[in-house]
Design a protein around this ligand. Structure first.
Ligand code: NAD
Length: 489
């Protein structure tokens, strides 16, 4: 099955931070793949803008290297790379000063294309960029800005940032990125929920026992120790990525698949979230990998802070106080240095009201699991008779819709989240981007949790590298007679 590619309008995309890690690993290779697929027009321009002192030739070399390292795609070849590089430009610019702005203004003057500015720089520069775009006459009504995470570190800073951006840009021009929303399966979650009659009638506390969301990483903090130690799993993952997944799984059906209709429903979920009780949350910090302490040290060594109280793991139980979900707990966990890299949302349905097969048939429940990575796909566990003679024994088997199997290699050659989201920016579609009030609501729920830890001087529990987190996280579920899904690669 080959996906249909609809070219976007001609555009100029300025990447502030165009020499940085994110630009090299995700944004530029992603744009190249869109170019190869025919979606990025042949006259679109990509303008790297960063503090690094470099000329256009040097930048093009850097871009080519990044693409070679981080991937073109099936449809890309060396000839296409040369063509693509011809559309790349570079301006050396200072977000906090005047240098480079006149040159950028010149480049952007007089075009009637879509203009987008990607803020792929440290968050401390977002306000400076917005202000300078306006003072140099580039913040006109048709311009769009793409803002990377983190969007604030608490409610106050997120509000300040929203207010700063709002001084120069209208909300319809601001694209706050959460790359989880660009994942194929995340959108499929909406297609499955709202495109099928089968699930929606069962999608409530009458039929759903509980929902769990796991985002497990095998990597540690790596070279981001300094940043991460000021942030932690709650700020870095739960407030944004896990919260967005929770919203999509729990929201009411929007009237239309349009930006505000979808985001209004997500906002209602966040506002209906119960505060988290201190005994419903577990924090952890990973230990060193035994025998490999130098390469894989413990969290505190990795962040160079022997007294750090920042969590690299969090597991929590919450609830949504509305008619649909009252009585259904939601469990979320995320952590670094866990046993496998796996992101999964699991909907566990209730037991049948009565088993006609008697006690010996055991307990069987339908489980719908939506797997974001790796092997994106959706699996529904159904109960059937164990084949063979000798009575009625029941087993659970998966109805598997791994996209790679169901859609064939072309269909499974999926578009990376970043490239999809950048194309949405150019198309002017904000559905998969967070609105300012959503981000603030998410911080309103997160802030008291973090403040509670600080007030109680809470110390994260150590957990083994390569495990599923501290034992207390398992206890959180077991107390309720439930189990986490196995974290498997
Ligand atoms: P980086 O440190 O690798 O790159 C920073 C870029 O900003 C460089 O191009 C640098 O030249 C430029 N820069 C720094 N100061 C500048 C100034 N005064 N004027 C103009 N340019 C300046 O950072 P990164 O990892 O690419 O991250 C960029 C943004 O993306 C950050 O907000 C980060 O939180 C976010 N982000 C990054 C990742 C990732 O995987 N790297 C993932 C999610 C979000």
């Amino acid at each position: 099955m080959v996906s249909r590619v609809i070219p976007v309008e001609p555009f100029d995309l300025v990447i502030f931070g165009g020499t940085g890690d994110l630009a090299r690993r995700k944004i530029l290779p992603g744009l190249f793949r869109r170019y190869c697929s025919g979606q990025m027009p042949r006259d679109a321009r990509v303008i790297g803008a960063a503090r690094t002192d470099m000329d256009e030739t040097g930048y093009r070399e850097m871009v080519a290297e990044a693409i070679r390292e981080f991937g073109g795609g099936r449809a890309c070849d060396d000839g296409t790379l040369d063509e693509f590089l011809g559309q790349i430009h570079y301006v050396s610019i200072d977000a906090r000063g005047d240098s480079g702005w006149a040159e950028l203004q010149d480049l952007m003057k007089g075009t009637d294309r879509v203009e987008a500015y990607y803020f792929s720089v440290a968050p401390g520069l977002f306000g400076d960029l917005a202000e300078r775009l306006q003072s140099w006459g580039m913040a006109d009504a048709s311009a769009r800005i793409v803002v990377e995470k983190p969007f604030g570190r608490d409610l106050r800073t997120a509000r300040d940032l929203n207010a700063t951006l709002a001084r120069y840009f209208h909300e319809t021009q601001i694209y706050r990125i959460d790359h989880y929303l660009g994942k194929e399966t995340v959108q499929n979650l909406m297609a499955v929920r709202f495109g099928n009659m089968l699930f929606e009638p069962l999608w409530n506390s009458q039929y759903v026992d509980h929902i769990q969301i796991t985002v497990a990483e095998t990597v540690g903090v790596g070279g981001r120790g300094d940043y991460y130690d000021k942030s932690g799993a709650m700020r870095d993952m739960v407030q944004n990525h896990l919260m967005q997944l929770l919203c999509l799984i729990a929201m009411e059906p929007p009237a239309r698949f349009d930006p505000d209709a979808v985001r209004d429903e997500k906002l209602k979920v966040i506002r209906a979230l119960d505060p988290v009780e201190p005994h419903h949350i577990v924090r952890g910090q990973y230990l060193a990998e035994p025998g490999n302490e130098a390469a894989q040290p413990d969290y505190r060594t990795a962040v160079d802070n022997p007294r750090s109280r920042t969590e690299s793991f969090v597991a929590l139980k919450t609830a949504i106080s509305n008619w649909r979900w009252a009585g259904t707990p939601f469990y979320m966990r995320t952590g670094k240095r866990m046993v496998a890299r796996s992101s999964e949302i699991t909907v566990v349905f209730k037991d049948t009201p009565h088993s006609i097969f008697g006690e010996e048939a055991g307990r069987h429940r339908n489980v719908l699991s939506i797997r974001l990575q790796p092997n994106e796909g959706i699996t529904l566990g159904v109960t059937i008779k164990e084949p063979g003679p000798g009575g009625m024994r029941l087993i659970d088997v998966p109805l598997d819709m791994t996209f790679a199997d169901a859609l064939g290699p072309e269909g499974a050659d999926q578009v990376d989240a970043y490239e999809r989201l950048i194309m949405d920016v150019i198309r002017g579609n904000q559905t998969l981007f967070m609105r300012g009030d959503e981000v603030e609501a998410a911080w309103s729920w997160t802030d008291p949790i973090i403040e509670g830890w600080e007030a109680r001087n809470d110390v994260p529990k150590p957990y083994d590298s390569g495990s599923t987190g501290p034992d207390a996280a398992d206890q959180l579920m077991r107390r309720d007679g439930r189990e986490w899904r196995k974290v498997s690669p």
